[in-house]
Every structure is written in C-alpha cells, then in structure tokens.
Design a protein around this ligand. Structure first.
Ligand SMILES: NC(=O)c1ccc[n+]([C@@H]2O[C@H](COP(=O)([O-])OP(=O)(O)OC[C@H]3O[C@@H](n4cnc5c(N)ncnc54)[C@H](OP(=O)(O)O)[C@@H]3O)[C@@H](O)[C@H]2O)c1
Length: 314
C-alpha cells in the first residue's frame, strides 16, 4: 500500500520537528515525511532525534524550503520523488513582540512575509496538484493570536488573523475537490519560538513612551506566567495534528490543542461589540492577581481564562 506522503515546513525545531518525528516513527510505518527547513545546516537536531526515536530508513527526508522564496518552494516540490504530497503542513512561522512603534519596517515586513505570504506561496505550490488529484489534506499551525488580539503582539496577531481568513476561505471552497484544510490552534507551546523572534524583543524600545515601556514589562511578566502555567509541550500539539488531521474522515476546520483559552474566544463572539473581550484581556494581562486568590495553575485553570466578571457581556 502506498504510504501517505507528508511535507512539513519549518522543521528545524519545535512543532514542525516533533510532527515530522512523530509521523516518521509511527508504528504503522504508513507515512513518508519530507521535513523541510529554511536552512539545511540546521537539520542536525532533527536527525539526532530521528535516530533516537528509531525512525525506519526511508521514512524521513529533509529538503531545503524557505517560504519567502517561491523558487525554493517549487524546488522542494520537484524533489518529492513520489510526485505527490498527500498532507501538506504549513507550519513555518516567526513571532514579533513589542510596542508597535518600536518595530522596524524590516521586521514587520519579514513577519508578514513568512507568516502570511509564505503560507500563501506554499499553498499555491501544492494545492493545484491536490485539486487535480481530488485528494489532499492541509494542516496549518494556527494560534490563539489568530483568534483574539493580544497586546504587544499586534503584527504577529495580524499575520495569524490573516491565516484564519486564508484557511477559512479555502475550507469553504475545497471540499468538492476532496481537499480539506484544518488549523491546529495552539496556545503557548514550549519551543524555540520566543528565542527566534524577529529582531530583538521589543525592537528599539526607546521608540516607545515611558508608560508603554512600563506596560510592556508587565506584559513580559504575564507572558512568563502564561508559559509557566499553561504552556504545552510540542508533543501534545503534535498528537492533535496526527490524530485529527491526516486521518479524520471528515476533517474539521479547527482543532484546538488546548481548551485553556476557549472562554476568551467565546467572549469575543458573545459580545460582537468587542468591549467585553477587550476589557477581559486588558484585566488578564495588566492587572496583577491579588495575592490571596488562588493562582490560575493552583485552581486547575490558566491565566488565559476569562476572569469570571468578564464572562458576561458588559
Ligand atoms: N510556540 C508557541 O507558543 C506557538 C503558539 C501558537 C502558534 N505557534 C506557531 O507554530 C508554528 C511553529 O512554531 P514553533 O512554536 O514550533 O517555533 P519554532 O521552534 O521557532 O519553529 C518555527 C519554525 O519555522 C521556521 N521558519 C522561520 N522562517 C522560515 C522561513 N522563511 N522558511 C521556512 N521556515 C521558516 C523556523 O526555521 P529557522 O530555525 O530556520 O528559523 C522553525 O523551524 C509557527 O507558525 C508559530 O506561529 C507557536
């Protein structure tokens, strides 16, 4: 039986690397994984992990693919020896953190190029063949930052909101072609993401006023707390991708790797004015929790949950 051919972007670390390993080492031995990397010099950790996971020979291959470069995407496609990709995983992405006015034009352009135009380029390269063959699965790494605005993540959120629109639009069009698009919606995940942010954290903070800089340092504390209390390991996210995307008979548009932030997402929809969400998120990020209240982790929840007072439209 033909193996399922999977091509994944952004496999030097994090979710892409773990998904490639998970599929290549699947006991069914039914996947052939093309793990693609922007820079093949970064493939060492992937192969090291593949050896220790015992990925069978021929289950994993690496290809150079920089999503910013259409020629690189086309060259990677041409090197898929099976001549088809059954499951395309658009995972490559970059973060950008800080006050909007502190970002350089270069870093803004780069994040939008990788996260939005890069995903479009990848889809443009692989979708026509899937449509022709009337079969294909597309998984895209989404983010809670694509479902709700997060302070000091404005450009990153803009890029991930764009991905939501892109995927939702395609998901409406493609089922008659036998092609299904799914987003794996992630909360915070322990990967190299925060180390690989575009530019330095906050850019040139001198470009922002003192009050904004103060709020940014509060946000950074909030972010640390969120990662401490609610972050998932990439393996957990990977299981969602493996279990639902490639094999589900009728794939959904969205799969959530965690339910921690769903109350806030519901709040956004429950009050279309946006006022309730804005107030709840502002409180969650910028208001310190009173010392006597149980911490989010101790109460089994997450700092991403909507505070009870904010759960009803205001
Ligand atoms: N970690 C989180 O908290 C989180 C939460 C929600 C969503 N996500 C999303 O998950 C996806 C994977 O991120 P991660 O958390 O696994 O972080 P990561 O470890 O930083 O992985 C990001 C991957 O994207 C690659 N990449 C960056 N620019 C690229 C380009 N131009 N062409 C090809 N590949 C490129 C990186 O390669 P290089 O090493 O070569 O730069 C790296 O392999 C991203 O789309 C991110 O937005 C992450």
């Amino acid at each position: 039986m033909d193996r399922t051919v999977v091509l994944i972007t952004g496999c030097s670390s994090g979710i892409g690397l773990h998904l490639a390993l998970r599929l290549a080492s699947d006991p069914s031995q039914s996947f052939k994984v093309y793990a693609t990397l922007r820079d093949l010099r970064a493939q060492g950790p992937l192969w090291e992990a593949a050896r220790s996971r015992g990925c069978p020979p021929g289950s994993l291959e690496t290809l150079q693919l920089d999503v910013r470069d259409a020629d690189s995407v086309a060259a990677a496609r041409a090197r898929v020896t099976e001549g088809r990709v059954d499951v395309l995983v658009c995972n490559a992405g970059r973060g950008l953190l800080g006050p909007l006015e502190a970002h350089t034009a270069g870093s803004v352009g780069s994040v939008l190029d990788v996260n939005v135009a890069g995903t479009v380029r990848t889809l443009q390269a692989f979708l026509p063949d899937m449509k022709r063959r009337r079969s294909g699965r597309v998984l895209v790494t989404g983010s809670m930052g694509g479902l709700m605005g997060l302070p000091f993540n404005a450009v990153y959120c803009a890029s991930k909101f764009a991905i939501e629109g892109l995927c939702e639009s395609l998901a409406v069009l493609l089922p008659p072609f036998g092609v299904h698009v799914s987003l794996i919606e992630c909360g915070p995940v322990r990967t190299a993401f925060l180390e690989k942010l575009e530019g330095v954290v906050g850019g040139v903070l001198d470009g922002a006023d003192a009050e904004t800089r103060h709020l940014f340092s509060r946000y950074q504390r909030h972010l640390e707390r969120i990662f401490r209390e609610a972050a998932q390991d990439p393996e957990e996210v990977t299981e969602v991708g493996v279990g639902r995307g490639p094999r589900a008979p009728r794939p959904a548009l969205r799969y959530f790797s965690t339910e921690s932030f769903l109350p806030l997402a519901h709040l956004r929809l429950a009050d279309p004015s946006g006022c309730s969400y804005v107030a709840a998120m502002h409180r969650a990020v910028f208001t310190e929790e009173p010392a006597e209240e149980p911490t989010a982790a101790a109460s089994g929840g997450s700092a991403l949950r909507a505070p009870p007072a904010a759960a009803a439209p205001q």
